[in-house]
Design a protein around this ligand. Structure first.
Ligand SMILES: Cc1ncc(COP(=O)(O)O)c(C=O)c1O
Length: 422
């Protein structure tokens, strides 16, 4: 992030037509999400759904979702979104949820709520939480913001899942929470949520499931017959879940749910303040003012797609995973890391003469925006439906990139003076 050029607000305004043209022109060097040339940062189905998202957002573009006394319709829409999320994730009748701006806010709220619950019910003042190393950085952000020590535990080496025995060893008197992801972001595998939840129950700990990626996708992939493990409130020890509407709920950005098994826990979440002239201020979110458009658009997309729509798009994603993984494994020197269970996977080089970093650079030169995996070095793909349209092109460019890297390597070796070993 750079500070950018110094400038002031223009002394006089400019016509919207000029500004609109400037905005369009400003995008010219950006990667195209519409053309499926990147597999991170966005979710795109088709022009029809885009219209629903945009028009629904615009219908509430300036309403403040915090002002539910003024905008009772906002409360109704939000309650319906929450009810649909609770139902999908098998919440018991006493459960509740909060509409947040995204996965990070849902996670921040879960950790803050768990911290205040542990302080109130157990008197823990120097809390820690035990996480698999694959947990999203939002947990360390929460740790930093809320004074909770994050203890990251390496996952099992062969399947990238939380090592429950190793997590158990790190629990001490100050531990308040255990985490499992459904699935994790680095490898796209589900942690053993049942086992972690059983451990949490046995030790009287809060158990959070990070289903930011899987919450609105895994239930529909399971309907297609895939073997998706239980990960939600169907497991008794699960206390809270983060599930993003702006990922596979296909809502526009600014939409997630933080779900609580028991609404009685919400007393540890709510912020209230009365020590000023305007009376009592109370809020369950990190944000104050909240975008009404985000709520309306999430509501509209859920109702527009319906369960049939979500199931259809889940099939498109899983078919694309199949096409891409088969094609990548067919390129000599490349292999997809196994296991992977949903929409995320990583591939790496199995040939010491083929540098995956150079393959990534060659793909970038072919106008693909590449997500790089640091450990082990690889390329990370996080698919959404638009990638069905570009899978074959991706594979052709990948084969060409690998050939280019191999040829360049062969030329460099031929040019190396005899006897030079480095
Ligand atoms: C597993 C997981 N958790 C949490 C997050 C954070 O979500 P957001 O970027 O919406 O804040 C992400 C984002 O990719 C994620 O993959």
């Amino acid at each position: 992030m750079t500070a950018g050029p110094r400038r002031s607000i223009p002394a006089t305004g400019r016509p919207w037509e000029d500004l609109k043209a400037e905005l369009e022109a400003a995008k010219k060097d950006d990667f195209s999400w519409r053309e499926g040339r990147m597999a991170l940062y966005f979710y795109y189905l088709n022009e029809e759904v885009k219209r629903v998202q945009q028009e629904a957002y615009l219908s509430y573009w300036t309403e403040n979702a915090m002002g539910q006394r003024a905008f009772p319709s906002m409360k109704k829409l939000e309650d319906e979104v929450i009810a649909m999320g609770l139902d999908l994730l098998h919440a018991p009748p006493e459960a509740t949820a909060t509409f947040t701006s995204g996965g990070t806010e849902s996670i921040l709220l879960a950790i803050k709520t768990a911290r205040d619950w542990a302080r109130a019910t157990k008197g823990i003042t120097e809390p820690n939480m035990v996480l698999p190393r694959t947990a999203h950085p939002a947990f360390d952000r929460a740790a930093e913001y809320f004074g909770v020590r994050a203890i990251r535990v390496p996952t099992t080496r062969n399947d990238f899942r939380a090592d429950v025995a190793a997590m158990a060893e790190r629990i001490d008197r100050d531990t308040i929470l255990l985490l499992g992801s459904a699935p994790n972001y680095p490898f796209g595998v589900f942690d053993p949520i049942r086992e972690i939840a059983a451990l949490a129950e046995e030790r009287g700990l809060w158990m959070h499931v990070d289903a930011c990626v899987g919450g609105f996708l895994a239930p529909f992939v399971r309907r297609l017959g895939y073997d998706i493990p239980d990960f939600d409130f169907v497991i008794p020890g699960v206390t809270s879940i983060s599930a993003d509407l702006h990922k596979y709920g296909y809502a526009p950005k600014g939409a997630s749910l933080m779900l609580l098994r028991d609404r009685a826990l919400q007393q540890h979440q709510t912020f209230t303040f009365s020590g000023w002239e305007r009376g009592t201020y109370a809020s369950n979110t990190v944000q104050g003012t909240r975008a009404g458009g985000a709520v309306a658009a999430a509501w509209a997309v859920m109702n527009y797609l319906g369960q049939d729509g979500y199931t259809h798009w889940a099939r498109v994603i899983m078919d694309t995973v199949e096409t891409l993984t088969r094609g990548i494994n067919a390129i000599p020197g490349l292999a997809v890391l196994e296991p992977h269970e949903l929409c995320i996977f990583v591939y790496r080089s199995t040939d010491p003469a083929l540098d995956i970093g150079l393959v990534a650079e060659a793909m970038t030169r072919r106008d693909w925006f590449v997500g790089r995996q640091a450990e082990p070095p690889g390329i990370h793909l996080h698919l959404n439906p638009v990638h069905a349209e570009t899978a074959e092109l991706y594979l052709a460019d990948l084969a060409a990139s690998v050939a280019e890297v191999r040829e360049a390597g062969a030329r460099a070796r031929a040019a190396q003076p005899a006897g030079q070993t480095y």
